[in-house]
Design a protein around this ligand. Structure first.
Ligand SMILES: [Mn+2]
Length: 378
């Protein structure tokens, strides 16, 4: 009897093995003419596959040697893995890949906005990811020179569009010091710019105040770069901060000094009084008639929405509010932009910060696509 039950069990298994799976049409096809398997599937779309780029955009080796042919592009994403200019928590050197990780759901084929009905990846501009700038982690002065050179090389290449020949760059920071080389680059091609600076901190601190005067290079950091940009004549006196709420180091000097660097301030809580349209109007009015650089320190958001940053300040804006304000800036001549201070190590399992940062980058791409800008004659 034992032997019979064994046989029955074996028979049942044999029957189970005869179950055929539903036919998958692609899998049933014979070998193609080339002798390779034709699976009838399109594997060419890189969503969630291939090596990671921002929004699965094509990777271009924008920093290739001078005698190399490089595919032309109009808008270039470049990472700046630099975080040795911070005064609080480090970690933003991992920001570029963190932001790319936050962008994995984004894809050129699946990016039609429900708000505007547009897909900025499928309009006139060729948008690419150049990977990261090679920056030494051991010497800030050298690293910032490397980043300046990176901007020079990427912006000097031919635009894909014959009319708008200077490619524009969106930098993925990196701490906020990385904005300084970007402003040097926009100055070369577009002249001085108004900066719309989204941040909880003013970042115009005098290097003697923030840096302590220990050494010349200690004064070049993520809280002084806007002072230095002003000193170098890279920015116009029609610049503006948005989302400011962090304390300053003394009663009068910092704010007075901030004004002399060319800035006015929209404070975080001004949003409660004037609303999002009020903020949009204030920003547009301030920079009217000038070329604009938009710098977004992710700490402009409340830590509830962006915990993964070096110098978090509570009482900030929501992600939706920031995106509405950014998208409201359409029509401006945006010649360069960045998202900085994303330090993924402090993010949560839901990747709240990097998702927000990636969408901010998407909005910046949208602003650049909506308004092409010609470089100055050189
Ligand atoms: Mn900042």
């Amino acid at each position: 009897m034992a032997r019979l039950s064994h046989l029955l069990a074996f028979a049942a298994t044999a029957i189970a093995r005869e179950i055929t799976f539903p036919p998958v049409s692609g899998m049933q096809e014979p070998l193609g003419a080339t002798g390779r398997m034709n699976l009838g599937m399109d594997l060419s779309e890189p969503l969630y596959s291939g090596l990671m780029t921002f929004g699965s955009l094509p990777y271009v080796h924008c920093l290739a040697a001078a005698d190399t042919t490089v595919e032309p592009y109009d808008i270039a994403i470049v990472g700046a893995p630099f975080d040795t200019g911070v005064t609080a928590r480090p970690g933003a050197r991992y920001g570029p890949n963190g932001i790319r990780q936050g962008s994995t759901r984004m894809h050129a084929q699946f990016s039609w906005s429900v708000y505007t009905g547009r897909n900025y990846f499928q309009e006139w501009a060729k948008v690419v990811d150049c990977g990261d700038a090679p920056l030494t982690v051991l010497d800030n002065t050298i690293a910032l020179k490397q980043l300046t050179k990176t901007h020079e090389v990427i912006s000097a290449r031919k635009g894909n569009d014959s009319e708008f020949t200077v490619p524009r760059i969106i930098t993925l920071g990196g701490d906020h010091t990385t904005t300084l080389p970007a402003l040097r680059s926009t100055f070369t091609h577009f002249g001085p710019v108004s900066v719309i600076h989204f941040d909880s901190h003013i970042d115009t601190w005098n290097p003697d105040v923030l840096g302590g005067g220990f050494s010349h290079y200690a004064g070049v950091n993520h809280g002084t770069f806007l002072h230095i940009a002003h000193e170098e004549g890279l920015i116009l006196n029609s610049s503006i901060h948005a989302g400011i709420r962090a304390p300053v180091s003394n009663k009068k000097y910092d704010i007075h000094h901030d004004k002399s660097c060319g800035f006015t301030i929209v404070k975080a809580r001004d949003l409660d009084k004037i609303g999002m349209q009020g903020v949009i109007d204030a920003l547009k009015e301030r920079v009217k008639g000038t070329k604009v650089y938009i710098s977004v320190d992710i700490d402009v958001l409340d830590p509830a929405f962006a915990p993964a940053t070096g110098t978090a300040e509570v009482g900030g804006w929501t992600t939706r509010e920031l995106l509405t304000i950014l998208d409201g800036l359409s029509g401006m001549e945006v010649v360069g932009a960045d998202v900085v201070e994303v330090a993924p190590i402090y993010d949560n399992p839901g990747e709240t910060t990097v998702l927000a940062a990636a969408e901010v980058v998407h909005s910046l791409i949208g602003l650049m696509v909506e308004k092409p800008v010609k470089g100055k004659a050189t």
